[in-house]
Design a protein around this ligand. Structure first.
Ligand code: 6R9
Length: 659
């Protein structure tokens, strides 16, 4: 852990909030934001209690807002009861939203299916009644291994409606990952599909579930319910395997939601830590829902006329909060997409925005960077070829968005009319934490700007002391908030150790390095373990990457440290160019150009010692660059670790060659 992470990233451009949004947004203007911040500071419990009463439907109202008697095991609204699915579906029945489109689903091949809130409710109820008939009940755990589909949202709500805790496993994960999660949560139910469609190809799902169960230790599993997506051949275990449509067939379209305690585990979602096996992040029901609902209302400025589209997969936290729960609680119409951004061509996202008249678009920097690259190579799929005039807000999540990518997104996708919402948050935080608000925040490319009302984010040193603006440190949250992680499933000790280290005064430790500028804006510098120390100078990998990416030849770059005898650490840069892979002398030339460029942008200290060119970078299926692997490759060592979560394992060989 390092204390003096020094940021040398300088970004002076500021884009004031658009006047129209300052007038009409759900939080309209800086004064309105400051009033909420002040209300939360004056009385956190009064603030959260008011919002929980105003926004959620309770079957049993709470009398206590926060129970802090056993930190960090906080309880929010702990004697209240409600049901999250009821708060997303039933609440709209009998209102104008009942017959509004809830989901516009676009399949990989372009087929479009739509459901209204009423239809979604009916489908959830029929399936829930079917599961009830099979004996599933509150307290059970289910693994969901489904492709992006209306059925995935239905399956999540079916569980929640019955008080079953779900754990969604991303469709790209291997049988080994499913097995680990099955065993860890002690699931009695698995909901999967025969296959999924991606980029014109059918990819099987059920065989991975069959294999996972056969690995043993999953005796609790009673049924595998299968959604027939393609009709591809599947092996069938009689008695255990059931078709989803058969489970729902003939069931009543009304299924009263089971009230659960506010703290009832809504879901467990696994995320990788820096060491050890993935952590089962356990979320609550009421506190999580409150934040999912409010952040969609505040950051995405939810309006009844919106067509909202979050491109994340439901297998990630973004797909939970910003597809399955937040938008539905707000009664929004949302687009859901089965396929990949590059099929049938790299204009797919823009074409879909045009087709469905999307108003709010939320995606990841990695998608933005790769589509920038594609549209420069193929002018036909450049965003300017499409009518994107319906857009009013564009968001980003998952990693720092470098100023160059931010500017491209702002100009080419948002037409300089739409604020870019760079939302910083984590699986553990449940929802947005530090993010611009469309009607409030002047934007600076590359900064996630200011914390949301009620979120006491700060930058501290390793003793938990505040660091001054302009100095780097650990990003922490000083007070508990309703949507925070409640536990690591089955491992309270690891929960305490990972997130509330004793030296940090009980603050929540995010694991990211960050700094604030003179205006109090937050600049995320990447994971704390991604901070480099070169000759005693500390540099965020993000800063070097930003410098590289701002070079006209560079599409994408990842930077890691490698132990070095003289400088402590040396910088190794993995670079994807906007043109063909350079060879021989040419590669040497380009590498020199890039080194000089970085020296000019940041300073000679940031010059990468070693530059490697590749056609792509190793990424997880959620699009995160796997720096852990790059560090091994940078050292010239062989990768012996499991690379099964990697999108493109072959790329490692290419990147092992120095220029
Ligand atoms: C929502 C999500 C969390 C980590 C987080 C940070 C990085 C996410 C970011 C960002 C800079 C942003 N991260 N959003 N870094 N700016 N706007 O991605 O959750 O998968 O748990 O990842 O992602 O490093 O700590 P998760």
């Amino acid at each position: 852990m390092s204390t003096q992470i020094k940021s040398v990233l300088v970004e002076n451009r500021v884009f004031p909030a658009f006047p129209e949004l300052v007038k009409t947004a759900n939080i309209a203007g800086m004064e309105a934001y400051k009033a909420l911040v002040a209300e939360a500071q004056a009385s956190p419990e009064g603030f959260w209690g008011r919002l929980a009463k105003e926004n959620l439907n309770w079957t049993t109202p709470f009398t206590q807002v926060l129970d802090e008697s056993n930190p960090p095991f906080y309880k929010w609204f702990g004697d209240g009861e409600l049901n999250v699915s009821e708060n997303c579906l039933d609440r709209h029945l009998g209102t104008p939203t009942e017959h509004k489109t809830a989901i516009i689903f676009e399949a990989d091949n372009g087929d479009v299916t739509q459901v209204t809130y009423r239809e979604l409710y009916n489908r959830v109820c029929e399936f829930a009644n079917g599961l009830k008939a099979l004996g599933y009940k509150k307290g059970d755990r289910a693994i969901i291994y489904l492709p992006m589909s209306i059925e995935a949202v239905v399956a999540m709500h079916v569980c929640v409606r019955l008080g079953i805790t779900h754990s969604v496993v991303f469709g790209g994960f291997s049988s080994k990952s499913i097995h680990e999660r099955l065993v860890d949560v002690g699931a009695s139910l698995v909901i999967t599909a025969d296959e999924q469609m991606r980029g014109g190809k059918a990819i099987t799902l059920k065989p991975a579930v069959d294999e996972a169960i056969s690995m043993g230790g999953c005796e609790a599993v009673r049924h595998v319910v299968v959604y027939k997506r393609t009709g591809g051949a599947v092996n069938w275990t009689e008695g255990r395997d059931l078709w989803m449509h058969d489970v729902a067939k003939g069931q009543s379209a009304d299924c009263p939601a089971v009230p659960v305690n506010a703290e009832h585990p809504l879901f467990i979602l696994y995320t990788s830590g820096s060491t050890g096996k993935p952590k089962g992040v356990q979320h609550s029901s009421a506190g999580y829902l409150l934040w999912a609902m409010l952040t969609v209302k505040w950051a995405f400025d939810a309006k009844p006329s919106d067509v909202y589209w979050c491109t994340a997969d439901v297998g990630w936290i973004t797909g939970h909060t910003y597809i399955a729960y937040g938008p539905l609680a707000n009664g929004l119409t949302q687009v859901m997409f089965e396929g990949v951004p590059t099929y049938p061509n790299a204009g797919r996202f823009w074409e879909m925005i045009q087709r469905h008249k999307v108003t709010v678009f939320y995606t990841a920097p990695t998608a933005i960077r790769s589509l920038t690259k594609a549209s420069e190579a193929q002018p036909d799929v450049h965003p300017r070829k499409y009518d994107l005039s319906s857009l009013r807000l564009i968001g980003s999540v998952g990693e720092p968005i470098n100023p160059e990518a931010w500017m491209w997104y702002f100009k080419e996708v948002g037409g300089e009319r739409c604020p870019v919402l760079d939302t910083w948050w984590q699986t553990e935080t449940g929802g947005h934490m530090i993010t611009p608000l469309p009607g409030v925040t002047p934007l600076k490319p590359g900064s996630c700007t200011l914390p949301l009302p009620g979120i006491e984010a700060a930058i501290v040193d390793e003793a938990g002391g505040d660091v001054e603006n302009g100095m780097g440190g650990f990003l922490v949250v000083k007070r508990p908030w309703p949507a925070m992680i409640r536990n690591i499933w089955g491992d309270p000790e690891r929960f305490k150790k990972s997130y509330f280290p004793p030296e940090l005064k009980g603050y929540y430790l995010a694991g990211d390095g960050a700094q604030r500028d003179a205006d109090g804006y937050f600049w995320i510098m990447g994971r704390v373990d991604d901070v480099l120390n070169v000759s005693g100078h500390r540099l965020g990998t993000m800063e070097v990457e930003s410098a590289l990416v701002s070079h006209p030849l560079v599409a994408e770059a990842a930077v890691v440290g490698r132990p070095d005898d003289t400088t402590g650490e040396a910088i190794v840069a993995f670079v994807v160019l906007k043109r063909d892979l350079p060879e021989g002398d040419e590669a040497v030339q380009v590498a020199k150009q890039l080194r000089d460029w970085v020296a000019k942008e940041i300073g000679p200290i940031a010059k990468p010692k070693d530059i490697r060119f590749g056609e792509n970078l190793p990424k997880t299926r959620s699009g995160k660059i796997m720096r852990r692997l790059l560090r091994i490759v940078a050292k010239g060592e062989e990768v012996t670790q499991d690379v099964s979560t990697l999108e493109n394992p072959a790329i490692l060989t290419q990147l092992s060659k120095s220029v």
